[in-house]
Write a protein that binds this ligand. Sequence first.
Ligand SMILES: Cc1ncc(C[n+]2csc(CCOP(=O)(O)OP(=O)(O)O)c2C)c(N)n1
Ligand SMILES: [Mg+2]
Length: 373
Amino acid sequence: MVQSPEELLQILGPEGGLEGALPELDDEALRDLFVHMMRVRCVDQRMLKLQRAGRVGFVGTARGLEGAMIGSAAVLRPTDWLWSGLREGGAAVMRGLPLAEYVAQMYCNSNDTAKGRQMCNHFQHQGTNYPSWSSVIGTQIAHGVGAAYASKQRGEDAVHAVYFGDGATSANGFHSGLNFAAVWDAPVVFVCVDNGWAISVPSSAQTAAASYAAKARAYGIPGVAVDGNDVLACYQAAQDAVERVRAGEGPSLIVLHTYRMLGHSSSDDPTKYRDDEEVAAWERLDPIDRYEAFLVSKGVLKEGERGELEAELYAEIDGVIHEQEAADPMPLATLVEDVYESVPRHLKEQYNAFLAVAKRYGEAERGEGEFPL
Ligand SMILES: Cc1ncc(C[n+]2csc(CCOP(=O)(O)OP(=O)(O)O)c2C)c(N)n1
Ligand SMILES: [Mg+2]
């Protein structure tokens, strides 16, 4: 499945020139999008380093996808919901997930709101309607659609943005989710982030359909293909889709065509299955470079300002990392708490047996940073 560029909604040309209508965003809002994209990239870089140093277990980066994630999520109101895949943690941070909680979740330490019970890089934040992602591909689609229908039944005006990857379009949740949302008119915007790969399966081998956007037609909803490395096009497409929902015109699918620049996760070696030239071609379409060129030409960003911003972001992120690195691990007793109102006998026995083992062998050693996919 290859989408030719002329079929894509595009506002910024590959060099950052304005080729379409600018969305209704003032200079401050345009600049904010850039800062959020840069924060995603800087956080990723640090998390990857921590993983390589054996400090955190697993990272799924969003390098190359910053424009897709930030542009589309920026249109949501605080009362809207964001149902994510592996890589939308940065959108949650933009919407109010504190960076300290994000990093605590990476360490699974005592500040982790999931109490260390989730695999790291699976964020959640109640305050911004960001439910935890499940590693099981595509399940968030059915969850999000159901919750959207519940919102509608309650008379709320919340829009539910449901994110998933190209690989998830082959999951049952995609088909049942789109069908249910269309038939029951659930307030959903489906956001497919086509990043070129589902681990080692290329987008071209994922479907025999002419495009991912075309799949929407089968469910009777609109499907729009978007240049996912153009943050403004992603913003506009999401804005249009959200407005459709708010106007009572029903759900739709937007497909953001972009590219996963790094491995599927910190456990993956993408050089085993894809060519360097393909990666290099996408590097030239980098969403941050492109948007920076546009903002500089518009006078919203000064030449060289990106470097200063990057230094500020790293200082902010490093401060948070040092704080969370020093935080205590989750107390062992939390393993058996919260399941029942009071811990029953069989769990007490298991816990005591576990404590005896922990006493005999001491604390687990930090690993080499390897983690299964
Ligand atoms: C139901 C299910 N099948 C297979 C897997 C193994 N798996 C993990 S990630 C992944 C690919 C996901 O690709 P995509 O949806 O394109 O998202 P991306 O990782 O590219 O963001 C697969 C097959 C899984 N986690 N769940
Ligand atoms: Mg993918």
